[in-house]
Design a binder for this molecule. Structure first.
Ligand SMILES: [Fe+2]
Ligand SMILES: [Fe+2]
Length: 295
C-alpha cells in the first residue's frame, strides 16, 4: 500500500466520520432501568464456563460474574484507549496537520475520548469497580506508547481494537443481553470499524517501509502486547464478586479450554492479518502461543 493509497483511505474515513458518529451522552439513555433477567456476556464466553467452579455458582451468581467480566473488558478498553490516544497524539504531533493521515488520527482521538467516557459511565451505571490493570502493566503501556513505531505501533493498535471488537460483534444483536450493553457495543463497533481500517492500511504501508533489521523488534513488541492483553481482559478481582478466590479462579480460567477458545476466537482475524504481514514469528512465537490467541 503506497502513501497515496493510505491518504485515500484516510480521506474516505474522514467522510464516513462526518456522516456517522455518535455522542454517547445523547445517544444512550443512561437513566433507563436495566432489563431484568438479561445477561452481560454470553454464558459460554464467561472465563469459568464449563469448570467445576462455574458449576457451583447459582444462576444469579453466573449473571453477576458475567457483569463483572463485561466491566473488566470495558476497563481494559479504557486502558487500551489511553495507550492508543498517546500514540495518535504522537502521530499528530510529528505529522503534517494538512494531511488526511493526521486529520483522521485527530478524528479517531475524538472518538476514543468519547468511548472512554462511555465505558466509564457504563461501569458507574452497573455499580461495579473499574478493573484497570495493575500499575506495572500500566507502566508497560506507557513504555509501549513511547517506543512503538511503524508496524509495532499500528499492530499494537489492532491488538487493542480487534479482539474486543470481535467479541462485541457477537453480542450486539443477541436479545438475551442487556440493551444498554448492546447499544454500547453498537456504537463502539461502528466507530472501531473505521479505526481498524485506518490501522490496517497504515500497518501495510509501514511494513513496506520497514528496514529488515527492525523486524525482530516489531514481532517481539507485538507478541508481548498480545500476551498482556490476554491476561488483563479478565481481571482476577472479578471473581471476588461471587465469593471465589481470585488466585484459584484465575488458574482455573487459564486452564479452561472454553476460555482459551474465546481468546482464540477473539484474535482469529487479527492473527491472520498480522501473520500475513509477516509480523508473527521468531522471536515472538512463544509469547503468541502463550496468549492463546493463536490456536
Ligand atoms: Fe474505542
Ligand atoms: Fe478505536
Amino acid at each position: 500500500m503506497t502513501t497515496t493509497e493510505t491518504q485515500r483511505v484516510a480521506d474516505r474515513l474522514l467522510r464516513s466520520t462526518a456522516a456517522r458518529a455518535y455522542d454517547p451522552d445523547v445517544d444512550i439513555d443512561w437513566s433507563a432501568p436495566l432489563a431484568p433477567g438479561k445477561g452481560y456476556v454470553l454464558p459460554h464466553r464467561c472465563s469459568l464456563y464449563g469448570t467445576s467452579l462455574y458449576d457451583q455458582l447459582s444462576p444469579e451468581q453466573r449473571v453477576e460474574l458475567g457483569k463483572h467480566e463485561a466491566v473488566s473488558v470495558a476497563s481494559t478498553g479504557i486502558f487500551l484507549e489511553a495507550v492508543l490516544m498517546r500514540m495518535l497524539t504522537r502521530e499528530a504531533y510529528t505529522g503534517d496537520p494538512m494531511s488526511g493521515h493526521v486529520q483522521y488520527a485527530l478524528a479517531e482521538l475524538g472518538e476514543e475520548t468519547r468511548h472512554t467516557i462511555m465505558f466509564a459511565k457504563m461501569i458507574e451505571r452497573l455499580g461495579t469497580p473499574c478493573y484497570l490493570p495493575a500499575p506495572s502493566i500500566r507502566r508497560l503501556g506507557h513504555l509501549l506508547s513511547a517506543i512503538a513505531h511503524g508496524p509495532s505501533l499500528w499492530g499494537a493498535v489492532l491488538i487493542g481494537e480487534e479482539v474486543i471488537d470481535r467479541l462485541q460483534r457477537e453480542i450486539v444483536d443477541d436479545e438475551s443481553i442487556q440493551p444498554l450493553v448492546r447499544m454500547i457495543c453498537r456504537i463502539h463497533i461502528t466507530e472501531e470499524a473505521r479505526h481498524v481500517g485506518f490501522a490496517r492500511a497504515e500497518l501495510a504501508a509501514s511494513v513496506a517501509r520497514m528496514p529488515r533489521y527492525e523486524l525482530p523488534f516489531h514481532r517481539l513488541a507485538l507478541a508481548r502486547t498480545a500476551l498482556i492483553l490476554s491476561r488483563i481482559m479478565i481481571n482476577p478481582r472479578v471473581y471476588l464478586a461471587v465469593g471465589l478466590d481470585p488466585r484459584v479462579a484465575r488458574r482455573a480460567a487459564l486452564a479452561n479450554p472454553h476460555h482459551r477458545e474465546t481468546l482464540r476466537y477473539g484474535g482469529e482475524k487479527l492473527v491472520a492479518f498480522l501473520d500475513q504481514a509477516g509480523l508473527i514469528g521468531h522471536p515472538g512465537s512463544y509469547l503468541w502461543r502463550r496468549s492463546f490467541f493463536v490456536g
